[in-house]
Design a protein. Structure first.
Length: 335
């Protein structure tokens, strides 16, 4: 695109090669409006705020990274490095802010119009590479002992940084094959997403069936066992019951039990067996529940006198028990 734009310029009919370039013919510059003050040594550039500042005009905060159209001017030299100054207007007020570069400290300085928000730190604490000063370089070139001490410090720094470098290399080797790692991670996410969709569909069907508008929690094993008990279903599968029986049998001693111990029964967790009532055996009902009342001692003796003796018949007399106490009736009271 740049080449096409460079060769496809319009040249008017009265233009001649001795007139120079097309920009000179029209009396313009290639930078257009940015070069309006170029004869004064000023170039319009796009300046980005290097750090947070406070504007002195409106007292507002201007964050790092805000961009302005600034006038760039060369104001000096730091050895062989030029020092530039930037002048721009605050976007919140008519105040002008002037800043310039500081090559010696690798920083920017505020000349006027603002003040810096102080959030500085020592580059050495952040393990940044700081250029050495001129005096240090000259001393290392002339003083052998100082150079030896400086070399010893460098060796100690390298030993301290060796574990960190090894960890960084291991981390880089771990993520070298990023395609396989990304594929494995996406497969896991895809399977988890499929499971979530299936569970969401089951929950939605259950809520629609029961006409509820609540959030269902994930199902647990305890909830499943409780629900099976409510439906009168066994809490264990046949395989689990068989496994429990086998474990109980295997835990028994092989040559009998020691003296004083009784064998343990095998208990099968079956709700049908536990809830069933035995068909035979002593009942838990009492005479009071059945409505049986015993006679008094005097009435039993009078009834025994009227019965035939056991010697005449040769059989044991049968004793009859009435179901109520006649002594407490109204007829006995009248007699």
């Amino acid at each position: 695109m740049g080449e096409r734009k460079g060769v496809n310029k319009y040249y008017p009919p009265d233009w001649r090669p001795e007139m120079g370039s097309i920009n000179k013919y029209h009396g313009t510059h290639a930078l257009r409006e940015r070069a309006n003050k170029l004869h004064l040594g000023i170039l319009i550039i796009r300046f980005e705020m290097p750090y947070n500042i406070w504007c002195e005009g409106c007292k507002n905060h201007i964050g790092m990274g805000v961009r302005y159209n600034a006038e760039k001017t060369k104001v000096g030299m730091y050895y062989s490095t030029p020092v530039y100054q930037f002048r721009f207007k605050c976007h919140l007020c008519p105040n002008y802010i002037i800043m310039k570069t500081d090559p010696g400290n690798l920083d920017y300085l505020i000349v006027s119009g603002a003040r810096r928000q102080e959030r500085r730190w020592d580059p050495l604490e952040n393990e940044q590479v700081v250029p050495e000063e001129k005096s240090t370089s000259q001393k290392m070139a002339t003083d052998a002992m100082f150079k030896l001490e400086h070399g010893e410090k460098d060796v100690m720094k390298s030993k301290t940084a060796a574990p960190v470098i090894d960890r960084l290399q291991d981390h880089r080797e771990r993520w070298r094959d990023d395609y396989s790692s990304n594929r494995l991670l996406r497969d896991q996410f895809r399977a988890a997403k499929k499971d979530l969709k299936e569970k969401a569909a089951i929950d939605a069907a259950l809520l629609a069936k029961s006409s509820l508008d609540i959030k269902l929690l994930p199902q647990s094993d305890d909830d499943a066992k409780v629900a099976s008990l409510l439906r009168l279903n066994p809490t264990q599968t046949p395989e689990e019951r068989q496994q429990d029986v086998r474990q109980t049998i295997e835990s028994r001693p092989l040559f009998g039990l020691p003296s004083g111990e009784t064998p343990k029964r095998i208990v099968i967790n079956n709700p049908f067996v536990q809830n069933a009532r035995p068909k035979s055996g002593p009942s838990g009902l009492t005479r009071h529940d059945l409505g049986v009342c015993l006679k008094s001692k005097e009435l039993r003796e009078s009834n025994d006198e009227h019965l035939p003796s056991a010697s005449s018949s040769g059989t044991t007399p049968t004793k009859l028990l009435s179901l109520c106490d006649y002594t407490s009736s109204s007829s006995d009271d009248s007699q």
